[in-house]
Structure formats: structure tokens, C-alpha cells
Design a protein around this ligand. Structure first.
Ligand SMILES: NC(=O)c1ccc[n+]([C@@H]2O[C@H](COP(=O)([O-])OP(=O)(O)OC[C@H]3O[C@@H](n4cnc5c(N)ncnc54)[C@H](OP(=O)(O)O)[C@@H]3O)[C@@H](O)[C@H]2O)c1
Length: 265
């Protein structure tokens, strides 16, 4: 998609979101960067404005898990007359540990961010794109969305929601000339595991870099794909999982997680 108007990236202060901002800026997109850490967003904004002449970059510090935050963001971009033609719904976090032991508020915040904020942002920004018959959205789910994950149950369920929701939206949006792609990364080198806690999936040797994940995401989006799993081994894993009974998956994952004694931060 040719850069036109603004790309809005949620969770742009680190990891995959920051890398989306960098690769989109290199393609000539003006950007709206959203996350809670104002200092990190401002630093990235200066960096990108210096490196790429002619683009505009705005930093918006906002906690998207707070009810009404996506609507506040939409009002601010509307009031400033910023035409958002690309929405990267990326902000999200996970928590490893026994469901009953993880703080309830934390689990609720995860659902509010990973699901509610994503759906609300999609609703707000999709309507104007459909009217203009131009634009697109990339929703970041996870390979965790393809399997029940004991000791990471809520996170996996939020990502299963994003996968299903995005497939449905893809077909609706397509009728109005708007592209929706859901991207499913596997373990990726970011701050994710610092936030989510230790897990057997946090071994660096098997991880993709954010740069690889974002390059594959943008390639899938450019090719009008509804769906992408990044990384060859992640694609093989998801294909293999489809052949295994769910009960076996939960038994094996549960055992692996218990052995690794994962902990929440
Ligand atoms: N890394 C992996 O292994 C992996 C695998 C599959 C999928 N994913 C998904 O990839 C996405 C990006 O995660 P990442 O790996 O890049 O992790 P990350 O480095 O921890 O980045 C998460 C981003 O989300 C932002 N964020 C967190 N809570 C927020 C809130 N309440 N409001 C607004 N922004 C918030 C963070 O910024 P602030 O803290 O400044 O708010 C940060 O910019 C997530 O949806 C994650 O589930 C990651």
C-alpha cells in the first residue's frame, strides 16, 4: 500500500510496534505512535523525524486498556484532521503463571487491552476507511492463539479472539476496498517476556527478531493476505498442532510449563 495520510501504531514504544514504526517510516509513512511511555515515544519520534525527511510523526501517550481510551485517541486524530489509512493494532501483553494465582486486575487489563481496545480501535478507524474505500489494518495475534495454553490461558484466549475476529473482518472490509491482515508471530525478541514472566518459550535461540516479524507482516499485507504466521518453524508448528487432539496439547504444554516453573513478573 502506498503511503498516504497516517499510519497509527499502537504499542509503538518497544518491540514489534517500534519496528513497525521504523519500517513504515522508511517507506515514507507519516506516523501516530501510541503507548504509555511518553519518553520512549518522544525519543522514537525525534529519531524518525531526523532519519526520514518529509514525514510527520506524532507521539500520543495513552493507556489503551482504560475504557474510552481508543475513543479519546480517535477524537484527537479527528480533531487534528489526521487521515489514518493504516492501523497497526499491536499493543498487548501476556502473563505466565497459574490462572488462579495471577492478579485478577492484571488479567482484566490484558483482556481490556488485547481484545477490547483492539476491537474498539478497529471499529472507530475502519468506518472512515470504508467510506474512503482506501486503507488497511494489521492486527497482531500470536501462534498462542492456535492452542490452549495452560499457565498462559487468558493470553492465549485473547489471541484466539483476535484471529477469529480478524478473519471475519477481512471479508467485510474487503467489500469496501479495505485490507485486513492478522499476523501471528511466535516467540520474538522484545520486552514481551520481561512483562509476561519466565516461560519455556522464552529461549532466545529460537526467537525471531522484530525486524523479521515486521518485514513478513508487511509482505503479507502488501499481498492482500488475510492471514500470516511469521517464521518457517512457527508455520510448521501450527500445521502440526492442527493434527493433534487438544487434550494432548494441553497435557504436554502443561507438563512443560510446570517443569520450567514459569513465574509472573
Ligand atoms: N514477543 C513475542 O514473543 C510475541 C509473540 C506473539 C505475539 N506477540 C504480540 O506482539 C505484540 C507486541 O508485543 P511485543 O512482543 O513487541 O512486546 P513489548 O516489547 O512488551 O511491546 C508491547 C507494547 O505494547 C505497549 N503497551 C502495553 N500496555 C499498554 C497499554 N495499556 N496501553 C498502550 N500501550 C500498551 C507497550 O508500551 P508501554 O509499556 O509504553 O505502554 C509496548 O509498546 C503484542 O500484542 C504481543 O502479544 C508477541
Amino acid at each position: 500500500m502506498q503511503p498516504q495520510g497516517y499510519a497509527l501504531v499502537t504499542g509503538a514504544s518497544s518491540g514489534i510496534g517500534e519496528e513497525f514504526a521504523r519500517q513504515l517510516a522508511a517507506r515514507g509513512w507519516s506516523l501516530i505512535l501510541v503507548a504509555r511511555s511518553q519518553d520512549r515515544l518522544e525519543a522514537l519520534r525525534s529519531d524518525l523525524m531526523f532519519a526520514h525527511m518529509g514525514i510527520d510523526v506524532l507521539a500520543v501517550a495513552l493507556d489503551l486498556s482504560v475504557p474510552g481510551a481508543p475513543a479519546e485517541l480517535f477524537q484527537r486524530t479527528q480533531a487534528a484532521n489526521l487521515e489514518v489509512n493504516l492501523l497497526i493494532n499491536n499493543a498487548g501483553f501476556g502473563a505466565f503463571g497459574e490462572f488462579a494465582s495471577i492478579d485478577r486486575q492484571r488479567q482484566r487489563q490484558m483482556i481490556d487491552l488485547n481484545i477490547a481496545a483492539l476491537v474498539e480501535s478497529a471499529h472507530l478507524y475502519l468506518q472512515p476507511m470504508m467510506t474512503r474505500k482506501r486503507g488497511g489494518m494489521i492486527n497482531i495475534a500470536s501462534v498462542a492463539g492456535f492452542m490452549p495454553l495452560p499457565y498462559c490461558a487468558v493470553y492465549a484466549a485473547t489471541k484466539a479472539f483476535v484471529v477469529s475476529f480478524s478473519w471475519g473482518l477481512y471479508e467485510e472490509a474487503r467489500q469496501h476496498g479495505v485490507q485486513v491482515t492478522v499476523v501471528n508471530p511466535g516467540s520474538t525478541e522484545t520486552n514481551f517476556f520481561k512483562v509476561a514472566g519466565k516461560s519455556p518459550f522464552s529461549s532466545r535461540s529460537r526467537m525471531q527478531t522484530s525486524a523479521q516479524v515486521v518485514a513478513e507482516s508487511l509482505r503479507a499485507f502488501d499481498r492482500h493476505r488475510p492471514f500470516a504466521i511469521t517464521g518457517v518453524s512457527n508455520r510448521s508448528l501450527v500445521r502440526a498442532l492442527a493434527l493433534v487432539p487438544r487434550k494432548w496439547i494441553t497435557l504436554v504444554v502443561g507438563k512443560t510449563m510446570r517443569r520450567a516453573k514459569m513465574s509472573t513478573s
